[in-house]
Design a protein around this ligand. Structure first.
Ligand SMILES: [Zn+2]
Length: 558
């Protein structure tokens, strides 16, 4: 443990503060951490990339790796904090925690805690709400369209909800059990008060009721800018795939780090993991890849309480990573406000039953009062709007109650999602030299037979998709001889294809074994006191080398 006290994870950090924390951890743990820039954002901020592994046990690029990023969506700032926590967790526990020691000696973690630093900065330092990049898109002049433009009209630092009394045409009414709660007006309700609900903002142009809410200038959604299944009609998808510098940086990073075998894209909110396949039915996904995706998600469910969900979004990072790189991954939507309040997520999304709706809204309000000190919901208060006259401002805090956990719950969220990353990292492939048999076949003639294996859950190529697309080099074994030795039989370096992981042995009949090892034989001529080196290497499954002294042969060396 380092002497310096870790950050308390009780607030959200701006870009400068986050960079400073990362630099601090990197300075305290030079043996475990490298901090570099993966590219520059639209406004020129560095996209910080942190590599965590125990360097003493091997180079970062020669171990199987998991890639984790966060905050591609500007307002989803909790993920940056989760990844900072994960970095802190791994480095501060190294040497005292058996699980962490195992993972850091055998795996590499790549963390990009804030891949959209510009958007996050605007979100954290102004009242604005925006989807992703600060680059204006599309190029039309949004401000020319008449309508309602969200802004902080009363100067309290937040963009909340405006309720405007309209007993004739108002679509909403306060709940009779809790007048803070607004419910849809029933088909036969004639006795008000009724209200119209708008986002807090100002009117521009010749706006007339009902006011159209204008989206503002930031129309990009850079998590729709990845190359898989991209098409020009995707909302916010940009002019062409990887047109945005943040997306280009991510795509380059993942493509260049060929050891990446797992991916976690952290988002908010909801409390579930989106997973592959995205654009086609499950029956069309490789059976074993689907099984792995679901089984790893189960391990995540145990530590987060979140469940997995198939997504039908397209051109997202998680879809691209699987469809183009064969990397199994998840889009983890952290912060389960509904579940914590005892509200079913699916019911909340889909129920149109007025009684159910009221019950759920009241439960959320009770959760706010009971667990969040009443701070997540701002009570309606009178405000004289310069254009609309008397209105009321109030509602749920959009940033730090709905979209992200309130600061006091951040640490819990960080902890359980860090556990999820560790579970996923545990499933990566892992090659090993299992057994070497050396026999003397005559004077200075040696036969070397070596077995290498994969002790990991996933195959060494990471997925069957990767194998089919041939995006991963086949595993290889090499026998390195000293200068005075000579190869008589066998190639010094031999490709052995890919080794299956133990998932391949899971058969619904209850029996089965995986083809997870390979044996290679060489015959060499060498002096009796020579030492040869055997090495197994896998792009996504890591590597291991073993020195084999030839003195005292006719023995098993394992
Ligand atoms: Zn998101």
């Amino acid at each position: 443990m380092s002497e310096q006290k870790s950050f308390a994870f009780d607030r959200y950090l701006t870009y400068e503060e986050l960079a400073e924390e990362l630099e601090g951890i990197a300075a305290r743990h030079p043996d475990l951490i490298t901090l570099r820039s993966a590219g520059e954002s639209y406004e020129g901020r560095k996209i910080l990339a942190v590599t965590v592994t125990d360097r003493e046990s091997g180079r970062p690029g020669e171990k199987p790796a998991i890639y984790c990023d966060g905050n591609i969506h500007a307002g989803e700032v909790a993920p940056s904090m989760i990844l900072l926590y994960a970095i802190d967790y791994l480095t501060s526990r190294f040497g005292t925690d058996e699980e962490v020691d195992h993972l850091l000696s055998s795996r590499t973690f790549y963390f990009l805690p804030r891949v959209n630093p510009d958007g996050a900065e605007k979100y954290l330092t102004t009242p604005h709400l925006l989807r992703s990049s600060v680059r204006c898109y599309p190029d039309k002049k949004a401000a020319d369209l008449p309508g309602l433009y969200p802004c902080d009209i009363d100067g309290d630092g937040r963009i909340l909800t405006m309720r405007v009394r309209d007993d004739r045409r108002g679509e909403w009414r306060p709940s009779r059990s809790d007048p803070r709660v607004m419910l849809p007006r029933g088909p036969a309700e004639r006795d008000g008060p009724f209200y119209r609900l708008y986002r807090e903002g100002e009117l521009r142009g010749t706006a007339e009721e009902p006011f159209d809410e204008q989206p503002g200038p930031w129309g990009l959604d850079i998590n729709r800018n990845f190359p898989s299944n991209w098409h020009p009609e995707i909302e916010g998808g940009g002019p062409y795939p990887t047109s945005e510098p943040e997306v280009r940086a991510i795509v380059n990073f993942i493509t260049e780090h060929r050891n990446i075998a797992g991916l976690q894209a952290f988002h908010t909110c909801g409390g579930f993991f989106y997973r592959n396949p995205y654009q086609y039915p499950e029956e069309e996904m490789d059976e074993q890849d689907l099984q792995a995706t679901r089984e790893i998600a189960r391990a995540g469910e145990e530590v987060t309480g979140y469940t997995d969900e198939k997504s039908d979004n397209c051109s997202t990072l998680t879809e691209w990573a699987y469809e183009h790189r064969g990397i199994l991954g998840y889009t983890t939507e952290v912060w389960d406000r509904l579940a914590r309040a005892g509200v079913d997520r699916t019911q909340y999304r889909h129920s149109v039953d007025p009684r159910e709706r009221e019950e759920m809204e009241i439960k959320l309000m009770q959760y706010n009062d009971r667990e969040l000190g009443g701070r997540a919901f701002h009570n309606w208060k009178q405000f004289r709007h310069p254009q609309l006259g008397e209105v009321e401002l109030g509602g749920w805090d959009p940033k730090f109650a709905v979209q992200n956990p309130p600061p006091e719950l951040l640490r819990q969220e960080c902890y359980k999602n860090t556990r999820w990353i560790l579970k996923h990292a545990s499933a990566l492939p892992q090659v090993e030299v299992e057994d070497v048999l050396v026999t003397c076949e005559g004077e200075n003639i040696f036969r070397i037979s070596a077995r290498v294996g994969n002790s990991g859950y996933l195959p060494t190529c990471g997925s069957n998709k990767a194998r089919k697309m041939q995006v991963v080099r086949p595993d290889s074994v090499q026998l390195q001889l000293p200068g005075e030795a000579e190869m008589l039989f066998g190639e010094a370096e031999q490709e052995i294809g890919y080794l299956q992981g133990y998932i391949s042995g899971h058969d619904p009949r209850g029996v089965g074994s995986a083809d997870s090892c390979a044996r290679t034989v060489w015959v060499i001529r060498a002096p009796e006191d020579a030492v040869v080196t055997l090495r197994v290497q896998s792009e996504r499954g890591g590597s291991e080398a073993r020195e084999i002294p030839l003195s005292g042969v006719n023995r098993r060396d394992s």
